[in-house]
Design a protein around this ligand. Structure first.
Ligand code: F0G
Length: 455
């Protein structure tokens, strides 16, 4: 069959509250033209993030009822640990309340002034946790990964020459090498198995541990199966095991590829480092068999990990974004190509050339999507990255808008509605206004900045 259906039936539903354009104009004004301030029930389709927004399965809800809330030695932890180690066979699995808590513990141990941590592209919380220790976070993605229009099957790959040069020149300062799969900040682009292995080999040759930020590991494995020579006839589970077999540890947000609404973990092989991580965990998260989570959350994650590697699910998952991407391209709307695993990234700077970067074309598109269709998306551009610690402001490398797809939440007609909203915006896109910021906080301004449209 040509039609790739949602491979599930819907057993429980949440109503969407419909709004009119007039209501939305008023609501957006009250939100200072920043959709982060909108009430979620004033949003028709919420594409702000794919993190923690998944629909759990009937089996996950059933698993929740089995959650054991013992402070120590809970059987929920045993099920969680076994589910993680079935896919990622690390010696130590340390639960955390979400991904950034795992990062904070890891870099509390490995960071510090003068240290340098390379990755393909660090996610903002990873970078934030590295920089908070005084260390430097360096992004070494291949050149193709920085060009939205350039096609490449693995745009998330690490630039091996630049990594080799960094390790040769400043290796003493590097405590570990990281790799984010898929590369969220670079458009949800995958990393090939060959690249993962080559990065591990380079790191190990210099005596450095290699950690994977595994947030979207199943989507990455699906792309490997589809695109990497020799991988097509292998199962996603086998590919996942191969991805992690060459790593010394991982950080994880279970809010992505574990179908959980909360949770994460730090996993690693080094006994001494694991002992120090658990000590820090007890200070900041909780006892090592619950780590900031309820026992029921650990059970939801364990069941979610069994479901996320389902290949019918992954085929539908990746196709959803590809489908939206194809239709946007047909409307002449520039996007990051090929479409990523968890999101479609629209190149707002290229699509709205009449709005200069410092008048925030991404923010303008984000506002238009809400006004026209009640869709909430996220600017990833000059609003997010343009303000510097010295107070200066410069255009970001790109002005993108991310349409992040929650897992198992929306159907094809929701996708068609998103496309139709874009078609309506396209008809009058040259009239979209730029924006100015009327108030901003000292850091991470995109969450709480206030905006006004330019006349
Ligand atoms: N690493 C990556 C690649 C991520 O995308 C995220 C979160 C994290 C780490 C942190 O995990 O949220 O559980 O603490 N990304 C979300 C997003 C917030 O919208 O892309 P967390």
């Amino acid at each position: 069959m040509k039609t790739i259906i949602e491979p599930f039936r819907i057993k429980s539903v949440e109503p969407i509250r419909m709004t009119t354009p007039q209501q939305r104009a008023r609501l957006l004004e009250l939100a200072h033209h920043n959709p982060f301030f909108l009430h979620a029930d004033d949003v028709v389709i919420d594409l702000l993030t794919d993190s923690g927004t998944a629909a759990m399965s009937a089996k996950q809800w059933a698993a929740i009822m089995q959650g054991d809330e013992s402070y120590a030695g809970s059987p929920s932890f045993a099920r969680f640990e076994a589910a993680v180690r079935n896919l990622m066979p690390f010696s130590h699995v340390i639960p955390t309340h979400q991904g950034r808590a795992a990062e904070a513990i890891l870099f509390h141990l490995l960071g510090g002034p003068g240290r340098i941590v390379p990755s393909n592209t660090h996610f903002d919380t990873t970078r934030g946790n590295i920089e908070a220790t005084g260390a430097e976070a360096v992004d070494l993605v291949i050149a193709e990964g920085r060009d939205p229009a350039r096609l490449h099957p693995f745009k998330g790959n690490m630039d091996l020459d630049r990594l080799a040069a960094l390790l040769a020149e400043r290796g003493d300062a590097v405590p570990c090498v990281m790799l984010t799969v898929t590369n969220n900040a670079g458009g949800g682009q995958p990393v090939s198995l060959a690249n993962i292995r080559a990065v591990a080999e380079l790191a190990h040759r210099h005596g450095k541990p290699f950690f994977i930020d595994g947030c979207r590991f199943a989507e990455n494995a699906w792309f490997i199966k589809q695109r990497e020579p020799g991988q097509h006839d292998r199962s996603v589970v086998e590919i996942v095991r191969d991805m992690f077999a060459v790593a010394d540890g991982m950080t994880m947000s279970a809010k992505k590829d574990a179908f959980a609404n909360i949770g994460g973990w730090l996993a690693l092989d080094d006994d001494e480092l694991a002992a120090r991580a658990r000590t820090r965990l007890i200070q900041t998260e909780g006892f090592p068999t619950y780590g900031g989570l309820a026992g029921r959350d650990l059970d939801a994650i364990a069941q979610g990990l069994a479901e996320i590697v389902d290949e019918d699910y992954l085929a539908y998952r990746i196709r959803t974004n590809e489908y939206i991407g194809e239709k946007l391209l047909a409307l002449g709307i520039p996007i990051v190509r090929p479409t990523g695993g968890h999101a479609v990234f629209v190149d707002a700077r290229a699509w709205l050339p009449h709005i200069p970067p410092l008048a925030y074309p991404g923010q303008s598109l984000v506002c238009a999507l809400y006004l026209r269709g009640g869709i909430r998306a996220c600017e990833i551009g000059t609003v997010m990255f343009g303000r510097h610690p010295d107070g200066s402001e410069t255009p970001a490398a790109m002005d993108l808008v991310r349409l992040a797809m929650p897992r198992r939440v929306y159907t094809q007609s929701h996708a068609d509605y998103v496309v139709e909203t874009f078609a309506e915006i396209a008809a009058h896109k040259d009239a979209l206004p730029g924006y100015r910021i009327t108030w901003e906080p000292p850091a991470m301004r995109h969450f709480t900045a206030r905006f006004a449209p330019l006349a």
